[in-house]
Design a protein around this ligand. Structure first.
Ligand code: KIV
Length: 257
């Protein structure tokens, strides 16, 4: 699969289903669940590495984890999910040259076929445009952008007219710059619907309602593995409790045997 295929999904009204992965086991489970796309998201900083935010994640971390994820794939290469890797904080905020070098390293040393980066400020627009011209496909990410949580917090975005106008404008700029899709995180459903209607490229929602062209979830949230659940992701099982209870049973059994 190449990025343009995802645009065809939208043309055919075929939903794009994506999950995050951070190691071989989560990669293998996502692949076997038949997702279209695996995002090696910087949420792995919290999910897998125990950090309190995404900010400490490094370029080396994302390369290491992207390679672990792809080693978990077992299907024939043409049938494997499309991998997108997040660009960690400070790998694209310090100018275009550095961003090309770091995104290039991700593409060169992993099986990721695209990178995702957050925001659409003028500096970020320049970076996105340069990456795309240099042959690196880019997925945008607007709405709640966790790498900016020190400024914006982790609350829902697009809750007033100004913020809605800003997000709509950012979405169309990202499309004009050549992004092949955009993640819309934690924004009102009506706003996501309007953006979805206005764009030719697919929107992939998380906490953005049901009208996006696709959905992405942090797998650990969906499986109920984390202690803190984001308000916009209902777990489909209470994974942590399930595993913990089963392991406790096993420990007791082995002790008494
Ligand atoms: O890092 C991540 O998991 C993400 C998703 C929330 C889209 O960016």
């Amino acid at each position: 699969m190449i990025p343009a295929d995802l645009i065809h999904y939208k043309e055919k009204s075929q939903k794009i289903i994506a999950l995050t992965a951070w190691d071989s086991i989560s990669g293998s489970i996502a692949e076997q669940a038949n997702v279209d796309l695996v995002l090696v998201g910087d949420s792995l900083a919290m999910v897998c590495l125990g950090y309190k935010s995404t900010l400490p994640l490094t370029l080396e971390n994302i390369i290491y984890h992207t390679n672990a994820v792809s080693r978990g794939f077992k299907k024939r290469i043409e049938e494997q999910p499309f991998i997108v890797s997040d660009m960690p904080f400070l790998t694209y905020q310090c100018g275009e040259d550095k961003a090309v070098e770091y995104a290039g390293k991700i593409i060169q040393s992993t099986y990721a076929k695209a990178v995702k980066l957050e925001g659409a400020e003028p500096e970020i627009q320049k970076v996105i445009s340069r990456l795309i011209r240099m042959g690196i496909p880019v997925m945008g990410h607007i709405g709640l952008t966790p790498q900016s949580y020190l400024n914006l917090g982790l609350k829902k975005q697009g809750d007033c007219i100004e913020s809605q106008q800003k997000i709509k404008k950012e979405a169309s700029i990202l499309e004009q710059l050549g992004c092949f899709s955009i993640v819309l995180e934690h924004i009102p459903e009506s706003l996501a619907k309007e953006i979805q209607n206005n764009l030719k490229i697919p929107t992939i929602g998380i906490g953005a309602g049901n009208y996006c062209d696709g959905q992405v979830r942090v797998t650990a949230d969906l499986l109920g593995l984390n202690d803190h659940q984001p308000p916009f992701c209902q777990p489909i099982i209470q994974g942590k409790n399930l595993f913990k209870d089963k392991l406790k049973e096993w420990v007791e059994y082995e002790r008494l045997k």
